[in-house]
Design a protein around this ligand. Structure first.
Ligand SMILES: [Zn+2]
Length: 215
């Protein structure tokens, strides 16, 4: 099975993608994480991506497609893939679908985990990270308040750099303006599953499974 998963920040799409990967023997390909990793490399591509990130510019579609190709080629034939937020622009649909067909991995289904805007903001605002060991925390779940020290290493706990109200608003704006039109294309192709993400992880997961079995 080769599928795509979409959802706004805070929707839990990464968690669901991991669970689906385990359930159906899929390789979870998250372009956002791949680009964060590449940006730490001193290769020409790493430097370019870092520069684009610093200027808050979007990564050109052709780079996204090239990088995706590189990762797809590494997936063994007995595994499917779950693409996490790719294609994320209208311009990426055609080249990514062509690539998937060329790799004999046509996209069969697309999953959209919805979440009200205010709930996205509320969830992201609660996300913190240890500045030393990078362990993730959710305020009210793993730690009571941001003044606590990391229970693993004693490091300082802080919000992610781009989790400021401005950063959150900007990323959500991009999602609704740029990626939602892509999702609508998959609705037109009649392979879209829409799932209410404003529930617990297990409830969302069982709903996805149920709907995947239906179409
Ligand atoms: Zn720590």
């Amino acid at each position: 099975m080769n599928i795509i998963i979409f959802g706004p920040q805070g929707s839990g799409k990464g968690t669901q993608a991991e669970k689906l990967a385990e359930q159906f023997n899929l390789s979870h390909i998250e372009t956002g994480q791949i680009f964060r990793d590449i940006a730490r490399e001193s290769s020409p591509l790493g430097i370019k991506i870092k520069d684009l990130n610093e200027h808050k510019e979007m990564i050109p579609d052709e780079i996204t497609v090239d990088v995706l190709k590189h990762y797809l080629e590494k997936v063994s034939d007995d595994k499917g893939v779950i693409l996490d937020s790719a294609p994320r622009t209208i311009g990426q649909i055609q080249p990514i679908e062509a690539l998937m067909r060329a790799e004999k991995r046509p996209i069969e289904k697309a999953i959209y985990i919805t979440l009200p805007y205010a709930e996205s903001v509320a969830r992201i605002t609660k996300r913190y990270m240890c500045t030393l060991c990078f362990r993730h925390f959710v305020i009210g779940k793993h730690i009571a308040h941001s003044g606590e020290k990391c229970p693993t290493c004693g490091g300082m706990i802080a919000q992610r750099g781009d989790d400021t109200p401005d950063g959150i608003a900007k990323r959500l704006k991009t999602f609704y303006e740029v990626t939602v039109p892509v999702i609508e294309e998959y609705r037109k192709k009649e392979i879209l599953i829409e799932v209410d993400g404003n529930r617990g992880v297990e409830e969302v997961f069982s709903d996805i499974i149920k709907q995947l079995e239906k179409i």
